[in-house]
Design a protein around this ligand. Structure first.
Ligand SMILES: [Ca+2]
Ligand SMILES: [Ca+2]
Ligand SMILES: [Ca+2]
Length: 456
C-alpha cells in the first residue's frame, strides 16, 4: 500500500458552482482535499502508460460504509430482458473497502433476477480509466462491466440538471473497458458503441480469461482511439472512425446485470451467455477501486460535440440534439430561457451541417455552456466561429470557473463567419466552464460553430 500522491476531484467544485454561472464559487485544491477523507491509501494500481504526463484526477477507494452520493448514483432501470432483469439500489453495498454489486433472484413467479451498479454524476473525457475487479465466475447469468457512457438526466441527477450543471443529453459513445459474463472459462470482453446518429455495435472482442482472482482492467480514451488493458498488458487497440469518431465526456459505470435466459415464446433480447437456474447467495461483482487520469494533449479539442453535428435519431420522428444540444448545458433557472438556444441544420454552417443559434422573438437571456472537468492545469485557448446581428448588448463567449476571474470576448456584429479567441486561459483548479451567453432584445441573433478548447 502506498500513499496516494494527490487527489483532485472536480465534481466537488462542480457542485459548489451552484445554480447559476454568475455566482461561481471557486474551491481551492486544499479545500477539495480537506473535504474528502476518502482519499487515504491506494491499492496497488497499474496506472496509465508511463512517461506521458498523466495526472491522477479521480480516485475512489470505496472506503467507509456507504458510497458517496455526491459522486455516485445507483443503476435502477427495470427494462432489460422483458422486465425479468432489474437493477436495484439495495444490491449495491460498500463492504471492507470494496464496492459489492450483488446478483439476486427476487421472485420465482414470474422469475425476476436483479443486479445493479453505480454511475458517476460527473462526466469524464479523454484519459486513462482503471478499476480493480473481482468477477463472479462460478455460474452463468451475471454480466459484469466497467465502462463509460453518457447517462443523460436520470431521477438521481435531475437536481444537477435543474441547477444547470449537467447536459440533458450526453449519450454519444460507449466504451466497454471490460465486460465479463459469469461462467466457468469465460473471457474478458472489450467493446465500443456509437449512439450518433443511431446505436451501432461492432461486436465485443474477447481478450482472454482473467489470470487471477482479481483483475486490473484499464482503458485509455484518446482522440479517435481506445486502448484496452488487463493487468497492465495492452490487449487491444481500436481506431474510432466514421460514426464512431464522436466525442463528449461520458459517465463512468460499474455494473452487474442479471441475465435471465430467454424463453422461446418471448420477444428477443441478448442474454449475455444465459442464465442458469442456480441461486448463489454469494454471487457478486467486487471493485476495490476506480481511478481516472488525464494528461495535457496539446492541440486536442476537449469540447464535446464541438461543431453541433451530433443528432441522435431515437425514432423515425424523434431526434435529439436540436432543442437540447448533445453534450451542452442550457440553464433554465434564474431567468435563463433555454428555448432561445438551439441547433439548426443549414447550408450556412461554418463546419458540417449544423450550427448553434441564439434567437427569440421576445427579449431573452440564454446560455449554452459546457463544464469541462478533471482536466490538467495549465494554459488553454478557447476559439469559435461566430456571426451576430446588431445587438444592443453584445453576446459573449466566456471562460469561467477555471480558478481565476472570468474571461470573455464580445461577439462581433458580422454577417460573415469570423473566428474569435480567448487566449492564455490559465486553468488552476482542473476545470473550466465555456459558455456562449446572450442578453438580447427580441429578434437579435448569434450563430456559433466549431468551438475549440485546447491545451497550449
Ligand atoms: Ca478499496
Ligand atoms: Ca457545425
Ligand atoms: Ca434549447
Amino acid at each position: 500500500m502506498k500513499q496516494s500522491k494527490k487527489m483532485i476531484l472536480g465534481f466537488g467544485v462542480l457542485l459548489a458552482l451552484s445554480s447559476c454561472e454568475k455566482t461561481q464559487v471557486i474551491s481551492t485544491k486544499e479545500e477539495i482535499l480537506n473535504g474528502k477523507s476518502k482519499f487515504k491509501t491506494t491499492t496497488s494500481a497499474v496506472g496509465p502508460p508511463a512517461g506521458q504526463g498523466y495526472q491522477l484526477m479521480f480516485e475512489e477507494e470505496f472506503n467507509g460504509t456507504s458510497y458517496d452520493t455526491n459522486i455516485w448514483f445507483p443503476r435502477v432501470d427495470s427494462t432489460y430482458a422483458n422486465g425479468k432483469s432489474r437493477n436495484r439500489a439495495e444490491n449495491v453495498k460498500i463492504i471492507n473497502g470494496m464496492l459489492e454489486i450483488a446478483y439476486r433472484q427476487i421472485s420465482n413467479n414470474p422469475v425476476i433476477h436483479t443486479g445493479g451498479g453505480l454511475i458517476t454524476k460527473q462526466l469524464f473525457g479523454y484519459g486513462y480509466y482503471e478499476a480493480r475487479v473481482k468477477f463472479f465466475k462460478e455460474t452463468k447469468g451475471f454480466h459484469q462491466s466497467f465502462w463509460s457512457l453518457g447517462s443523460g438526466v436520470t431521477s438521481y441527477t435531475r437536481p444537477l440538471f435543474d441547477d444547470g450543471l449537467i447536459p440533458r443529453y450526453n449519450t454519444v459513445i460507449e466504451i466497454d473497458g471490460v465486460e465479463f459474463d459469469s461462467k466457468p472459462g469465460s473471457q474478458i470482453e472489450t467493446n465500443y458503441l456509437t449512439y450518433i446518429p443511431t446505436r451501432q455495435n461492432p461486436g465485443a472482442v474477447l481478450v482472454g480469461a482473467p489470470l487471477g482472482e482479481w483483475s486490473i482492467v484499464g482503458y485509455e480514451w484518446l482522440p479517435g482511439k481506445i486502448n484496452y488493458y488487463v493487468d497492465g498488458v495492452l490487449k487491444r487497440t481500436v481506431n474510432l472512425t466514421g460514426d464512431y469518431n464522436v466525442y463528449s465526456p461520458q459517465n463512468i459505470w460499474l455494473t452487474g446485470l442479471a441475465t435471465p435466459t430467454r424463453l422461446s415464446t418471448e420477444p428477443d433480447y441478448y442474454d449475455f451467455g444465459g442464465h442458469e437456474p442456480l441461486l448463489n447467495s454469494n454471487a457478486k461483482m467486487q471493485v476495490s477501486y476506480v481511478k481516472y487520469w488525464s494528461k495535457r494533449n496539446v492541440g486536442v479539442n476537449l469540447v464535446g460535440n464541438p461543431s453541433f453535428e451530433y443528432i441522435q435519431q431515437i425514432s423515425s420522428s424523434v431526434n435529439r440534439g436540436y432543442e437540447d444540444p448533445i453534450g451542452w448545458i442550457e440553464p433554465f433557472n434564474s431567468g435563463y430561457n433555454r428555448d432561445a438556444s438551439e441547433v439548426e441544420t443549414t447550408i450556412h454552417a461554418k463546419v458540417g451541417n449544423n450550427r448553434l443559434r441564439h434567437f427569440d422573438n421576445i427579449d431573452y437571456l440564454t446560455t449554452t455552456k459546457q463544464n469541462l472537468n478533471a482536466i490538467p492545469n495549465g494554459y488553454y485557448k478557447l476559439t469559435a466561429w461566430v456571426k451576430s446581428s446588431v445587438h444592443v448588448t453584445p453576446s459573449r463567449m466566456r471562460c469561467l470557473g477555471f480558478g481565476n476571474v472570468e474571461r470573455f470576448i464580445n461577439i462581433p456584429i458580422t454577417n460573415d463567419w469570423v473566428q474569435i479567441t480567448i487566449d492564455d486561459i490559465y486553468v488552476s483548479n482542473n476545470q473550466a466552464t465555456i459558455a456562449f451567453t446572450s442578453t438580447a432584445k427580441a429578434n437579435e441573433w448569434i450563430y456559433v460553430d466549431d468551438v475549440q478548447f485546447v491545451a497550449k
